[in-house]
Design a protein around this ligand. Sequence first.
Ligand SMILES: [Zn+2]
Length: 431
Amino acid sequence: MRTILIHGGAVLTMNGWADVGYVFVEGERITAVSPGSPPPTLIAQADNIISAQHCAIIPGLVNAHTHLSQTFMRGLAGGRPLLPWLRELIWPLQGALTPDDMRLAALLGLVENLRGGVTQVVDHHKITATPAHTDAVCEAAAAVGLRVTLARAWTDKGANAEPVEVILADLERLFEQRRGSDRLQIASGPLALWRCSADTLRRSHELARKHGSFTHFHVAESQEEVRLSLEETGLTPVRWLHEIDLLSADTQVVHAVWVDDAEIELLAQNGAPVIHCPVSNGMLGSGIAPVAAMLRQGVPIRLGTDGPASNDTQDVWETMKTAVTIARASALDATVLPPAAALNLALSAAALVPGAPADIIVVNLNHPRAMPVHDVASALTLSTHGSDVETAIVGGQILLRNQQIMGLDETALLAACRQAVSQLRQRVGIH
Ligand SMILES: [Zn+2]
């Protein structure tokens, strides 16, 4: 069985931080976590030894909301608000992507996430013109090796609507194809609620639940969206979801920027997780989600970068620090989201523990931006960039080592992406 020993760094254990400690991995799982130096017997057993001096050894990060297709649309927001940005740029570009463009865009986005210490990504996948477009993302996920949830987007009203039976059949096809995979999961990904009918929302959610999965949707991202929801249903988005019985621990509410106190209460009562994407909300001028109030009420919160077209990076560290600063600024309260709590919103597990899947990252803290490290959680949350991640391991497999992507030619990937984007711009007429 393949073994890995990581030693010499600060380790996040179930008893808190060990200033210097080690982690031992056998096969896909962690088998030992301890303060101090590893015993000679463990060193002798290790196939791979990773020195983590002046580094932090922690669980991998989760990027709980992105759109991998948008890596090809990075940098194009150009000061537009959400709906004009979608109509003028994002939808025409998405419509012109070929399955091979989609594969390259997904590879690029996954490599970017991996380099930043993300071991688990939720891709809200919008490019569903053909099954080949969706399969291209699955192929890219397998090539990079991250844990990926593909939330298959759909809408059954308005522009780009699909017939209900097509949506359900494609979801069923994907669930069946990926059954038993521990790295790739499928979820239902309705787009904005004002473009989805209650009946199809319920049916797709039931289907996801049948396969042990969940629903992942944009909710109350902009004021315009709340207005459209009131027009369509007479209710604000979260109230409407509650009304149609679609708020629960397995419905992930992405954004929740425009929610009032009663809606926050509904989210908390139903245990519906909110995926907070503060950089994207700021970039599109959508607003600031009331995170301090959500935390007070006990709403579960995870962090997402959102797609590169509205961020423009997929750096979860940047998202983490932004979440801290704007939550404090908007609540006029410097005690909101202390560093360790903010870090917890992004970690794939609260600590490294024996028996858990070996999803581990090693983050360099030996640089001027982090020095001196009085408090490891502060150094990680407030001083770290994605480029400080040295090593990333998923399920006991080393995917990034000494900042080198393993098993994939990154230079060739960047060249292929450059060429594909140039051809895409010509097809759509963006000069
Ligand atoms: Zn999004």
